[in-house]
Design a protein. Structure first.
Length: 209
Protein backbone atom coordinates (compact mmCIF):
# COMPACT_ATOMS: atom_id res chain seq x y z
CA UNK A 1 0.00 0.00 0.00
CA UNK A 2 1.26 3.54 -0.72
CA UNK A 3 1.12 4.45 2.96
CA UNK A 4 3.53 1.62 3.79
CA UNK A 5 6.27 2.84 1.45
CA UNK A 6 9.48 3.73 3.24
CA UNK A 7 11.12 7.06 2.47
CA UNK A 8 14.69 6.40 1.36
CA UNK A 9 17.31 8.89 2.43
CA UNK A 10 19.21 10.60 -0.39
CA UNK A 11 22.74 11.10 0.87
CA UNK A 12 25.45 13.12 -0.85
CA UNK A 13 29.09 12.33 -0.03
CA UNK A 14 31.64 15.05 -0.69
CA UNK A 15 35.26 14.14 -0.04
CA UNK A 16 38.39 16.22 -0.33
CA UNK A 17 41.34 17.73 1.46
CA UNK A 18 39.46 20.98 2.22
CA UNK A 19 42.72 22.82 2.89
CA UNK A 20 41.00 25.18 3.40
CA UNK A 21 37.27 24.81 2.69
CA UNK A 22 36.06 27.73 0.55
CA UNK A 23 32.88 29.15 -0.93
CA UNK A 24 33.26 27.09 -4.10
CA UNK A 25 32.95 23.88 -2.06
CA UNK A 26 29.85 25.16 -0.29
CA UNK A 27 28.15 26.44 -3.45
CA UNK A 28 28.79 23.09 -5.16
CA UNK A 29 27.24 21.16 -2.27
CA UNK A 30 24.24 23.47 -2.06
CA UNK A 31 23.72 23.35 -5.83
CA UNK A 32 23.69 19.53 -5.84
CA UNK A 33 21.37 19.47 -2.82
CA UNK A 34 18.91 21.65 -4.65
CA UNK A 35 19.09 19.94 -8.04
CA UNK A 36 18.86 16.36 -6.72
CA UNK A 37 16.73 17.07 -3.62
CA UNK A 38 19.31 15.49 -1.33
CA UNK A 39 18.43 15.07 2.33
CA UNK A 40 22.01 15.53 3.52
CA UNK A 41 25.52 16.14 2.24
CA UNK A 42 28.39 14.68 4.26
CA UNK A 43 31.69 16.54 3.98
CA UNK A 44 34.45 13.95 4.38
CA UNK A 45 37.90 15.50 4.89
CA UNK A 46 40.77 13.20 3.89
CA UNK A 47 43.45 12.24 6.37
CA UNK A 48 45.90 11.96 3.47
CA UNK A 49 44.69 12.47 -0.09
CA UNK A 50 46.55 9.93 -2.28
CA UNK A 51 46.20 12.30 -5.25
CA UNK A 52 48.00 15.12 -3.41
CA UNK A 53 51.14 13.52 -2.06
CA UNK A 54 53.46 16.29 -3.25
CA UNK A 55 52.82 18.71 -0.40
CA UNK A 56 52.20 18.67 3.32
CA UNK A 57 48.62 19.31 4.33
CA UNK A 58 47.32 21.26 7.29
CA UNK A 59 46.74 18.98 10.33
CA UNK A 60 43.36 17.21 10.29
CA UNK A 61 42.16 18.93 13.46
CA UNK A 62 42.46 22.38 11.88
CA UNK A 63 40.80 21.32 8.63
CA UNK A 64 37.96 19.74 10.61
CA UNK A 65 37.48 22.91 12.65
CA UNK A 66 37.32 25.06 9.50
CA UNK A 67 34.72 22.73 8.03
CA UNK A 68 32.65 22.90 11.22
CA UNK A 69 32.62 26.68 11.03
CA UNK A 70 31.84 26.66 7.30
CA UNK A 71 28.83 24.33 7.38
CA UNK A 72 27.28 25.49 10.64
CA UNK A 73 23.79 26.85 10.10
CA UNK A 74 22.97 24.58 7.15
CA UNK A 75 20.75 21.75 8.46
CA UNK A 76 21.52 19.54 5.46
CA UNK A 77 25.31 19.67 5.81
CA UNK A 78 27.15 17.22 8.06
CA UNK A 79 30.81 16.68 8.94
CA UNK A 80 31.99 13.07 8.67
CA UNK A 81 35.32 12.11 10.26
CA UNK A 82 35.55 8.53 8.97
CA UNK A 83 38.74 9.13 6.98
CA UNK A 84 40.38 11.15 9.75
CA UNK A 85 39.74 8.35 12.24
CA UNK A 86 40.92 5.69 9.78
CA UNK A 87 44.17 7.56 9.11
CA UNK A 88 46.54 6.53 6.34
CA UNK A 89 45.72 7.15 2.69
CA UNK A 90 42.05 8.07 2.22
CA UNK A 91 40.53 5.89 -0.49
CA UNK A 92 37.00 6.64 -1.59
CA UNK A 93 35.95 3.02 -1.98
CA UNK A 94 36.80 2.30 1.68
CA UNK A 95 34.86 5.34 2.82
CA UNK A 96 31.81 4.31 0.79
CA UNK A 97 31.99 0.80 2.22
CA UNK A 98 32.01 2.22 5.74
CA UNK A 99 29.09 4.53 4.97
CA UNK A 100 27.22 1.61 3.41
CA UNK A 101 27.40 -0.19 6.75
CA UNK A 102 25.95 2.86 8.51
CA UNK A 103 23.19 3.61 5.99
CA UNK A 104 22.36 0.46 4.04
CA UNK A 105 19.06 1.83 2.76
CA UNK A 106 20.25 5.28 1.68
CA UNK A 107 20.66 6.27 -1.95
CA UNK A 108 24.27 7.45 -2.09
CA UNK A 109 25.63 10.11 -4.42
CA UNK A 110 29.36 10.79 -4.68
CA UNK A 111 30.01 14.46 -5.45
CA UNK A 112 33.06 15.20 -7.62
CA UNK A 113 34.14 17.89 -10.02
CA UNK A 114 33.51 17.05 -13.68
CA UNK A 115 37.23 17.55 -14.31
CA UNK A 116 37.89 14.48 -12.13
CA UNK A 117 36.04 12.17 -14.52
CA UNK A 118 39.10 11.87 -16.76
CA UNK A 119 41.22 10.47 -13.93
CA UNK A 120 38.48 8.36 -12.32
CA UNK A 121 39.65 5.02 -13.87
CA UNK A 122 42.95 5.51 -12.00
CA UNK A 123 41.25 5.74 -8.61
CA UNK A 124 41.55 2.73 -6.31
CA UNK A 125 38.78 0.20 -7.15
CA UNK A 126 36.56 2.42 -9.36
CA UNK A 127 34.13 -0.45 -10.00
CA UNK A 128 33.53 -0.81 -6.27
CA UNK A 129 32.83 2.92 -6.06
CA UNK A 130 30.29 2.68 -8.88
CA UNK A 131 28.58 -0.26 -7.17
CA UNK A 132 28.11 1.73 -3.96
CA UNK A 133 27.19 5.21 -5.19
CA UNK A 134 26.12 7.16 -8.22
CA UNK A 135 28.68 9.66 -9.45
CA UNK A 136 27.51 13.26 -9.47
CA UNK A 137 29.96 15.16 -11.64
CA UNK A 138 29.55 18.91 -11.26
CA UNK A 139 30.82 21.15 -14.02
CA UNK A 140 32.49 24.13 -12.35
CA UNK A 141 33.94 25.56 -15.54
CA UNK A 142 32.63 27.67 -18.38
CA UNK A 143 32.77 24.97 -21.09
CA UNK A 144 30.22 22.13 -21.30
CA UNK A 145 31.40 18.91 -19.67
CA UNK A 146 30.92 15.47 -21.24
CA UNK A 147 30.60 11.96 -19.83
CA UNK A 148 33.66 9.87 -20.86
CA UNK A 149 33.05 6.81 -23.02
CA UNK A 150 34.17 4.39 -20.30
CA UNK A 151 31.15 5.36 -18.16
CA UNK A 152 27.57 4.39 -18.83
CA UNK A 153 25.11 7.32 -18.71
CA UNK A 154 23.28 5.53 -15.89
CA UNK A 155 26.45 5.58 -13.75
CA UNK A 156 26.91 9.34 -13.62
CA UNK A 157 24.74 12.41 -13.22
CA UNK A 158 26.24 15.48 -14.89
CA UNK A 159 25.21 18.77 -13.27
CA UNK A 160 26.05 22.40 -13.91
CA UNK A 161 26.83 25.11 -11.36
CA UNK A 162 27.95 28.73 -11.70
CA UNK A 163 31.63 29.06 -12.58
CA UNK A 164 33.40 29.90 -9.31
CA UNK A 165 37.07 30.69 -9.82
CA UNK A 166 38.21 29.96 -6.27
CA UNK A 167 40.74 27.34 -5.26
CA UNK A 168 42.32 26.27 -1.99
CA UNK A 169 45.73 26.78 -3.62
CA UNK A 170 44.88 30.40 -4.36
CA UNK A 171 43.80 30.96 -0.75
CA UNK A 172 46.99 29.41 0.62
CA UNK A 173 49.12 31.50 -1.74
CA UNK A 174 47.33 34.69 -0.80
CA UNK A 175 47.78 33.96 2.90
CA UNK A 176 51.47 33.32 2.36
CA UNK A 177 51.78 36.63 0.52
CA UNK A 178 49.87 38.52 3.21
CA UNK A 179 46.94 39.26 0.89
CA UNK A 180 43.24 39.34 1.73
CA UNK A 181 41.09 36.22 1.45
CA UNK A 182 37.88 38.08 2.27
CA UNK A 183 34.87 36.71 0.34
CA UNK A 184 36.80 33.61 -0.81
CA UNK A 185 35.89 31.56 2.27
CA UNK A 186 33.31 32.07 5.04
CA UNK A 187 34.21 34.84 7.46
CA UNK A 188 34.44 32.37 10.35
CA UNK A 189 37.02 30.34 8.40
CA UNK A 190 38.93 33.48 7.48
CA UNK A 191 39.14 34.46 11.15
CA UNK A 192 40.25 30.95 12.16
CA UNK A 193 43.03 31.03 9.57
CA UNK A 194 44.17 34.43 10.81
CA UNK A 195 44.00 33.52 14.49
CA UNK A 196 46.03 30.34 13.96
CA UNK A 197 48.46 31.84 11.44
CA UNK A 198 47.72 29.10 8.93
CA UNK A 199 49.43 29.08 5.53
CA UNK A 200 52.05 31.58 6.64
CA UNK A 201 55.67 30.87 5.66
CA UNK A 202 57.78 29.42 8.44
CA UNK A 203 60.49 31.67 9.97
CA UNK A 204 63.13 29.62 8.13
CA UNK A 205 61.36 30.17 4.81
CA UNK A 206 60.94 33.89 5.51
CA UNK A 207 64.66 34.27 6.15
CA UNK A 208 65.54 32.75 2.78
CA UNK A 209 63.18 34.94 0.73
Amino acid sequence: MPGDEKNVMKLGIYGGTFDPVHLGHLILAESVCEQLSLDEVWFVPAFQNPHKMGRATTPPKARMEMLRFAISGNPRFRLCDLEIKRKGHSYTFETLQAIQELHLDAEKYLLIGADSLTDFPNWREPETILSLAKLVAVNRGRSPAVIPEYLEPSQVCLLEMPAIDISATEIRNRCEAGQSIRYLTPRSVELYISANQLYKPSPEESETT
